[in-house]
Design a protein around this ligand. Structure first.
Ligand code: MN
Length: 284
């Protein structure tokens, strides 16, 4: 199995300047990736700006559809897709691409829940909605990415490291019974024990990992648009990926929300490079 990296410099899901530079800036810092990352250029579609609760819907739907097709081809070839963002809305596409071929679970490592819907979102930013969309809640144009309907069953989803969940979002998470390891819980029970439970749950099963860099403590990496106090250490993030690959049948990974505008020195690009190296070493 070989890793194939697709870079998707989407910023419309977060509506925040900087994310569109993510892939090119990363390659500029690490030219060794120039021939390794296939860049999916984001093409702007005609938008209906009267839609306020799911902003840039058409551009995001088109980008995710294209990513889903590419990811799906990689899976069908028996290889391992890594989707590098760009904002977290790209997970709508990567998950669709994998789930068309295999029944998967999702480990969603994030400071946020990403379980908003147009009805309950405070901002209308789609990067706060991709997990809800993947389990079948949200705008039908996004739910039906690549093929009709929900991509993953709610009982096969685990949120990990959360510490900033909106009130209505939390109600939806609870209503759907989605397992949610908040950062507070992880601190209380200990990272090892929390990870142990997640490993036990996904052991031997197909698993997509969606890794939001803002899940990591903003003291350790700065280049994310929506930092929240607390979170996993860099090392914990690596242990999480490494041990899940050892335990589950990990099919695919997203690494998202790298925003070079907020970089202090090189700590975030270095971390992305470390994660990619780790995944390549374990998969190839
Ligand atoms: Mn996210």
């Amino acid at each position: 199995m070989k890793t194939k990296i697709i870079g998707v410099p989407l910023n419309f899901g977060a509506n925040r300047c900087g994310l569109e530079f993510s892939i090119k800036n990363f390659i500029d810092k690490y030219p060794k990736y120039r021939d390794k990352i296939e860049i999916l250029e984001v093409k702007k579609e005609l938008e209906d700006f009267s839609i306020k609760d799911a902003k840039y819907l058409n551009t995001i739907a088109k980008t995710c559809e294209e990513l889903a097709v590419s990811v799906n081809e990689i899976i069908k070839d028996g290889d391992f897709p890594i989707s590098l963002g760009g904002d977290h809305a790209i997970a709508i596409g990567s998950i669709a691409g994998v789930s068309k071929e295999k029944e998967i679970g999702i480990l969603w490592m994030d400071a946020h829940g990403d379980m908003n819907t147009p009805e309950i979102s405070n901002t209308g930013h789609i990067h706060g909605m991709p997990l809800a969309i993947s389990v079948g809640y949200g705008h039908s144009k996004l739910i039906d990415c690549l093929y009709k309907g929900a991509k993953v069953k709610t009982e096969n989803v685990i949120l990990f490291g959360t510490r900033d969940i909106d009130e209505e979002e939390e109600k939806l998470i609870n209503k759907l019974g989605i397992k949610n390891y908040t950062w507070e819980m992880i601190v209380e029970m200990g990272f090892e024990k929390a990870l142990g439970e997640v490993k036990k749950f996904f052991k031997g099963r197909n698993l997509h990992i969606s890794f939001d860099l803002d899940g990591i403590d903003p003291i350790e990496i700065t280049a994310v648009g929506t930092p929240v106090v607390g979170g996993l250490s860099r090392e914990m993030g690596k242990i999480l990926i490494s041990e899940m690959i050892d335990t589950a049948s990990v099919t695919s990974i997203d690494i998202v929300e790298y925003n070079p505008i907020y970089e202090k020195e090189m700590e975030t690009v270095e971390y992305v490079d470390e994660l990619l190296q780790l995944i390549e070493k374990k998969i190839n």
